[in-house]
Design a protein around this ligand. Sequence first.
Ligand code: HEM
Ligand SMILES: [Cu+2]
Length: 548
Amino acid sequence: MAVWESSAADISPPAVAHAPSWATTVDHKQIGILYIVTSLVFLAVGGLEALVIRAQLWKPDSHLVGPEVFNQMFTMHGTTMIFFVVMPMLFGFGNYLVPLMIGARDMAFPRLNAFSYWMFAFGGAVTYLSFLAGGAPDVGWFAYAPLTEYAFSRGTSTDYWILGILISGIGTLATAVNLVTTILTMRAPGMSLGKVPLFVWMMMFDGILLIFALPPVTAAIIMLLLDRSLGAHFFDTQAGGSAILWQHLFWFFGHPEVYVMALPAFGIISEVVPVFSRKVIFGYESVAAATVAIGVLSMGVWAHHMFTVGMSDALDAIFSGASFLIAVPTGIKMFNWIATIYGGKLVLASPMLFALGFLAMFLIGGLTGIMLAAVPIDWQVSDTYFVVGHFHYVLFGGSLFAIMAAFYYWFPKATGRMMDERLARWQFWLMLAGFNLTFFPMHIAGLLGMPRRIYTYSADRGWTIWNQLSTVGAAMLAVCFAVFFWNLFDSVRRGAPAGDDPWDAWTLEWATTSPPAPYNFEQIPLVRSRRPLWDLKHPEDPDWEHES
Ligand code: HEM
Ligand SMILES: [Cu+2]
């Protein structure tokens, strides 16, 4: 049986095709789509908050919004983007794709999976309900003590932040356990761990990383709750507590969190780049091994966020060294992707364009990261816009470019329709230009001494022009996302029929119909190599004859 043979006469959107109810579903594909759609809503909200920040900083001595609102905007923007956009969006893709890619019928714990989604949605809602209860959180996404102690943060906004993050964190931990279990126990016959698609490999380490990184921050958040409501003094220096303790606990999670967002993005790139270079990935084993190395190392670098709190020189040196080290496995991956592209027959369709955008932007973010790992440089630019520029190249460049590649690549699988390629190109160039225009000048403003999180500045500082460039860039990004949302919306209804395998790809998700039936595969496929679909399509030259 040709498993990729089309039987999908019905390509209406999955919502219509087979959905008794989205509210009660335990199907991994529907849950994946719920994750993705919900995080798109949050992306729009977080983007609007960014626009408020940028509008306020457009000119010196601006009074567009007051300082209170400004603090709420950058806090909610950061919190939203990290916890309610990038992480759940990547989990959405993981949920949708992992069972399909390993030839399984669902996740290991389908009901737990639904629970996870609802905890994320509920946590997000709780955080935003603060707006109705006297004001949104305004203490920054890393919520430094003692600012968050009741003495400095009256009212309930910080409690909303605590509860929202706590609730969504429970869902995240459940997803992590679910992903790891699924990948370890539900792979199709013949698919050893050395044969899983790299996206699956990276989602597994993503889960493992979360299982280690989440408990400390959960503990810290509960301690903060105790401080605020039951008179404990964990972080209250006046009563013998330690504010630095918060920073250690928070960043023990906060740094790995960067890789929690980056690993699935690396996984997406590792799927897209080979297919659109028409080559197998260069060095599968070393990409997989580098993932493990990144996972381990990322647990040991958290205090590079704390070079300026007054740790000992020895500690500064140790964390600086460990941070430099992490560039090695990351560099290995970069090398592997570039070696895959090199000499390939490049197909410059939209997923590949965004993947190339990812490679270039993430490289810049990585390079400024190495600069910041050098303690003397960090001492100079810590808490300036240089850092804001750096981490947006890593987070936005690293995750959103990959997420866009994922949308254009897998949309046909989930809906049976293609997205519009012409709009995709418009979006790509708008995003590339807008992104660099927004975030590159921030490095310069930072070097000129502009601190982060200031609500306004005076005209004589020389920061005005760099802020104006940033704000124009942000407006371009807004247009870029409008184009993207329109393309999604319109393609669901009117996109050209895609067929089962529009990109001539070779992993198992393309071996079933588009959209897949609720049970995914009529027959669980037998796997003999890393490219099972290639083997089926090319019986004269199957991969398993070459793979070790
Ligand atoms: C639409 C594009 C975006 C623009 C224009 C933008 C702009 C900004 C600005 C101006 C700040 C304030 C910096 C400060 O005062 O310290 C900020 C903070 C932040 N942004 Fe974005 N951003 C965008 C997208 C993203 C994305 C996609 C992420 C993904 C994770 C993200 C994560 C953050 C974080 C974590 C903060 C720190 C908030 C804090 O300091 O508490 N941003 N952003
Ligand atoms: Cu870090």
